[in-house]
Ligand binder design. Sequence first.
Ligand SMILES: C[S@@+](CC[C@H](N)C(=O)[O-])C[C@H]1O[C@@H](n2cnc3c(N)ncnc32)[C@H](O)[C@@H]1O
Length: 237
Amino acid sequence: MKILVGCEFSGVVRRAFEERGHEAWSCDLLEAEDNTSHHFVGDVLDVINKNEFDLIILHPPCTALAVSGNRWYGKGMPRNKERRKAQAWTQLLWQAAKSRCERVALENPVGVLNDIIGDATQYIQPWQYGHGETKKTGLWLHNLPPLTPTNEVEGREQKVWKCPPSSDRWKIRSRTYEGIAEAMTGSKVIERRMRCLEKSGLTEERLLVLKFLRQRRWRKKAGIVRMDIASHALPLS
Ligand SMILES: C[S@@+](CC[C@H](N)C(=O)[O-])C[C@H]1O[C@@H](n2cnc3c(N)ncnc32)[C@H](O)[C@@H]1O
């Protein structure tokens, strides 16, 4: 599968998919930490609009959106305008990704995103995926099943908050956990898709065309007609 990991400089999720044999790309305004050639430096919206992907995973900036920033970005607070701007941009990103790609996942910590893109499909914690730490994180999933915990461990350290101040602090705090990246690659939907492509020897595009034709044949056979909003019955073309 061809995968885009948007807003990722670390390469953690990209590499996890590469290790499973996928063609994975990351994209960020920053250079990739590992100097890979599979990284776009630039605006993720441009990359989404100019390329085709089978799966898009997004890690948009959360500083202005997370509840932890309420005392600066909350209602009536000095930086509230930045929060509203971040909400609008993330909504645009979510819509663009869903309109261009069949499967999309967006990750963000607990915050104000649900006001604009609805409730998260699920919340996960690093300790469910092999890291003894807490960081409640929402996943918004489009045509993807929820993640299943892979390795529940004992620790509940709030390590991300204890990072000493440094210019790289935000990077350390925002890196995706490797156990979570690994779990993303093991999703049954993704594995099934890979097996299907391998078995048939078909490309992803050809498979989609076949699926479309099969559905159309089935609809015609079943006499299903499409209705427009004024309730005029339209035969399927
Ligand atoms: C919360 S961090 C996510 C980091 C990620 N989890 C990782 O492991 O690399 C958000 C990232 O979004 C990037 N970013 C912000 N605006 C962007 C844009 N318009 N296009 C692409 N990346 C963007 C930032 O540079 C930052 O690296």
